[in-house]
Design a protein around this ligand. Structure first.
Ligand SMILES: Cc1ncc(COP(=O)(O)O)c(C=O)c1O
Length: 465
């Protein structure tokens, strides 16, 4: 492949050389759709109360491990690492070219249209913070109570119309339709997650995009829980913006993405003021760049961008195998948990909803934070417990007028670092807990549940640096 990177204003503005023209080619050319890509650390063994065991990683919704291809791409890029859009040396030209090629790879991954901007950020949270600052003044934002806090909160209290947690997709559609009709305004933005970080349920984005556009509103899609599992497609969805995070997409190198319509982004306030974001600076004032540079002030995270591009490329090539693997594990996980007395799997829209591999559950009579500690210490399983930065949703799903139910849940989430054995181990561990209780003695202390005796995880491990 030969790609000529687009021009970047930073090149001439920070005293650097013109945009680089470097011929490069893709590393992989053979599609390998049927094989499962491997992750770094797949063989990790962890200490438990009963000795060392293989780590059962069921916590991908929080952060995924890195793909081997991502690590290899980063290692290679480090060999010639240099400044981006700021140098005339060969290494700088190559690094700059790769940065723009990474943008093109991500653009393809999200189904960006001609003219859409692809901006590298730090995380989904960062992407929404950027978009919220770039919105035209007095934009009204519509957001459901189902959302993760990073998607619920950044828009400002007074211009946000918060919709209740819906019970069905139809309900969600009706609630949004009514709210759009009730709140006319020149600029409006609907924000919705493509997949819930609590229940894994997938929202029909095309339907909500059509509804938003019928009312003259735009739609921004939180794909943080979708990016590693299902295709993102701005064009096919007819959605206006999408955001996702590298650390949830097998590229944990401090990178995120905001992609979509460039008009608001080009007119809005630059996100990070400084080198690279300017067109000209004089005593009389500053003219800001347009395009991604406007919001990417400072030296870019090129290693993050390359890591993410490698992840996008690998995921796209192995899409079929990834979906097959995750569907198999998810079916087993749900069936197994639902077969244990006292376990309740949480759901917004009901049992038959389409889902990615995220399952939140409660166990009657058991504190979720104790359950996750027991799973780790007694069984070598990694899950998360709590409210998952989605307090409104969890409070609604666990509402209990008598206050007898847990106010938090346990979340198991699947990805390329998960195995069928790990899922079986979780199901067996939950069943054992319900039937026989814990193996060890646990006490609730001020800082949470603690083992009576030594915690096997308190081993000395050499620092990586
Ligand atoms: C649905 C959803 N949106 C947004 C976020 C925020 O992502 P980040 O922490 O990468 O900013 C998360 C993180 O868990 C999430 O699950």
């Amino acid at each position: 492949m030969s790609v000529l990177p687009s021009t970047h204003p930073a090149a001439s503005l920070c005293g650097g050389s013109p945009a680089p023209v470097v011929r490069t080619r893709a590393l992989h050319v053979v599609p390998e759709a049927r094989t499962l890509p491997s992750v770094v650390g797949a063989g990790l063994r962890v200490p438990t109360l009963h000795g060392e065991t293989a780590y059962a990683n069921l916590d991908h919704a929080a952060s995924t491990p890195a793909l081997e291809t991502v690590k290899a791409a980063v290692d290679r890029a480090l060999e010639t690492y240099s400044s981006v859009h700021r140098g005339a040396g060969f290494a700088s030209r190559l690094t700059s070219a790769w940065y723009e090629q990474a943008r093109a790879e991500v653009a393809a991954f999200v189904g960006a249209r001609e003219g859409d901007a692809v901006i590298f950020t730090r995380t989904t949270t960062d992407s929404w913070a950027l978009l919220s600052k770039a919105l035209p003044s007095r934009t009204t934002v519509f957001v459901f109570g189902t959302e993760h806090h990073s998607t619920l909160l950044p828009w400002g209290r007074f211009r946000t119309v918060r919709l209740p947690v819906p019970q069905t997709v139809e309900d969600a559609h009706a609630l949004l339709e009514e709210a759009l009709a009730d709140h006319p305004s020149r600029h409006r933005l609907v924000v919705v997650a493509a997949a819930s970080n609590v229940t894994g349920e997938v929202w029909p984005i095309e339907r909500f995009a059509t509804l938003a556009h019928e009312h003259g509103a735009r739609i921004a899609v939180d794909a943080a829980q979708l990016s590693a599992h299902r295709p993102i497609d701005l064009a096919a969805w007819d959605a206006d913006y999408v955001a996702f995070s590298g650390h949830k997409t097998y590229a944990p190198y401090g990178v995120g993405v905001l992609a979509g319509r460039s008009d608001w982004l080009d007119a809005g306030n630059p996100y990070l003021l400084g080198g690279g974001a300017t067109r000209s600076v004089t005593e009389d004032g500053t003219t800001w760049a347009t395009g991604p540079a406007r919001h990417e002030g400072g030296s870019p995270n090129v290693i993050g961008a390359i890591a993410l591009a490698a992840a996008c490329s690998t995921i796209s090539r192995h899409r079929e195998a990834i979906e097959e693997h995750e569907t198999r594990l998810l079916e087993r996980l749900r069936a197994g948990l639902e077969g244990v007395a006292g376990v309740e799997v949480l759901s917004i829209f009901g049992d038959d909803s389409d889902r990615v591999g995220v399952v939140a559950f409660t166990i009657d009579g058991w504190d979720s934070s104790l359950v996750s500690q027991v799973l780790s210490v007694e069984h070598g399983i990694g899950v998360r417990d709590g409210k998952f930065c989605a307090h409104l949703l969890i409070d609604e799903l666990l509402e209990d007028p008598w206050g007898e139910r847990s106010s938090t849940a346990v979340r198991a989430s699947i990805g390329l670092g998960s195995t069928l054995e790990g899922v079986e181990r979780l199901v067996a561990a939950v069943a054992t807990l319900v039937e026989h209780g814990t193996d060890a003695d646990w006490t609730l202390t001020e800082s949470g549940w603690a083992l009576e005796g030594t915690d096997p995880r308190d081993v000395e491990v050499e620092r990586p640096w």
